[in-house]
Design a protein around this ligand. Structure first.
Ligand SMILES: [Zn+2]
Length: 401
């Protein structure tokens, strides 16, 4: 009850605050490319009006440094580990229960997500509710059902075998309101770290072409190198997970400017939580083995010049840890600034939103994160020290007091 009252008050305050231009004074601002010291961001409604020298009254956030709102390019916000609702009613309750995942995501400074797979179009419902201000959460770009081959379990509305099925299911997701397409091009998920290719090259090519023909982008999942090779050759916009890629595939990603979203940290989450997830202890070795190969592949891809986007692959109780992936990127050889770019300018480019998201620039959405410490000196500042978050001009997280 108190929660609901608070929420409606927050929403009311939101609409008031956005009616007027307001300035925010930071110790420094990293705008996605360069640093402004002792500077102000002025916001009008949901957009950034100006960045630069302060003039006139401003909210004092000088103890903090500003970075653009972060983009998590791979989430599953509607995956919940909650048994408060009976199994038969799960799908009716899922959007409500997912609000917690949305809130925890905002607290990490993530103001935009690409959500790659959900049942019952719960992702489309969440996106629309958030866009209309009826739910608090990150801006969502969603895929609807991910495409899978038949695999000895009940078919889902995303199950496709053969090119004709693939074309129909891709078009159905877009018709339902999906912003992008997700295809599972190999086995591997949760405790299962196998990477057997599932869809053929021809099926992947059909999915890529069908998505592109309707102006949408596609993400193809592959744990192993075979699915990765064919996904890249088929023209996927981003490749998810992929360990053990060969040099030719990595070179092809550089040539085609394919984004790599390695999601190294999600297996760390599974290993840390194997008991809660009911995995056998042996699963931890498998997961750690995959992490090592995934990190090594990321290191080789980064050295070769592949473009990266940060994706957590967060599910269940991993929300709130969305940006830990950045720590792996630094281990793979990035500077903290290069890691930040994967979650800002690169993420925006992957979404096709590079002219309105991922940077603190006039005309862009007013998505700003205040961190305590220097995010360019230490990546842990971004991971652990988020104190204040603005999304579309509204303060959605405030831990400054
Ligand atoms: Zn995923």
């Amino acid at each position: 009850m108190e929660n609901m009252l608070l929420r409606s008050l927050t929403l009311a305050a939101l609409s008031l605050a956005t009616a007027l231009a307001a300035s925010y004074h930071f110790g420094a601002i990293w705008d996605g490319a360069k640093v402004w010291t002792d500077a102000c961001i002025t916001v009008e409604r949901d957009r950034i009006q100006s960045v630069g020298t302060c003039s006139g009254p401003a909210t004092d956030l000088q103890r903090y440094n500003a970075i653009p709102g972060l983009i998590d390019a791979h989430t599953h916000l509607t995956y919940i580990l909650d048994n408060t609702v009976s199994q038969s009613a799960r799908s009716a309750a899922v959007v409500f229960l997912s609000q917690d995942n949305a809130r925890k995501t905002l607290e990490t400074g993530v103001t935009t997500v690409r959500n790659l797979g959900a049942a019952d179009y719960a992702d489309i419902a969440m996106r629309d509710l958030i866009d209309k201000g009826l739910m608090i959460g990150p801006r969502m770009f969603v895929s609807g059902y991910g495409l899978t081959i038949s695999r000895g379990r009940t078919p889902t509305p995303g199950t496709a075998d053969g090119v004709a099925d693939v074309l129909r299911i891709v078009r159905q997701q877009i018709a339902a309101g999906a912003d992008c397409v997700k295809m599972y091009g190999s086995t591997g998920s949760g405790r299962d770290v196998t990477g057997f290719q599932t869809f053929t090259y021809e099926e992947m090519k059909a999915a890529v072409d069908a998505a592109h023909a309707l102006g949408k982008r596609i993400a193809i999942h592959s744990y192993g190198p075979d699915g990765a090779r064919d996904a890249v050759r088929a023209g996927t916009d981003s490749l998810e997970h992929a360990a053990d890629m060969d040099d030719a595939t990595i070179a092809e990603m550089v040539r085609r400017k394919t984004f790599y979203v390695p999601t190294i940290d999600h297996n760390r989450y599974y290993a840390d939580n194997y008991k809660k997830l009911n995995y056998p202890p042996g699963a931890v070795d498998d997961l750690n083995g995959f992490i090592r190969r995934n990190l090594e592949t990321a290191r080789r891809a980064f050295q070769a010049g592949v473009k990266f986007a940060m994706g957590s692959d967060a599910v269940y109780t991993m929300f709130g840890e969305n940006t830990r992936e950045l720590g792996w990127f630094v281990k793979a050889g990035m500077t903290p600034e290069q890691a930040l770019q994967t979650a800002t300018t690169n993420g925006a480019e992957l979404l096709g939103m590079e002219k309105s998201l991922g940077a603190i620039r006039p005309g862009y959405f007013a998505d700003v994160v205040a961190v305590e410490g220097d995010p360019l000196a230490n990546v842990d500042v971004t991971i652990q020290k988020v104190r204040w978050v603005m999304k579309s001009g509204a303060v959605v997280v405030d831990k400054t007091k």
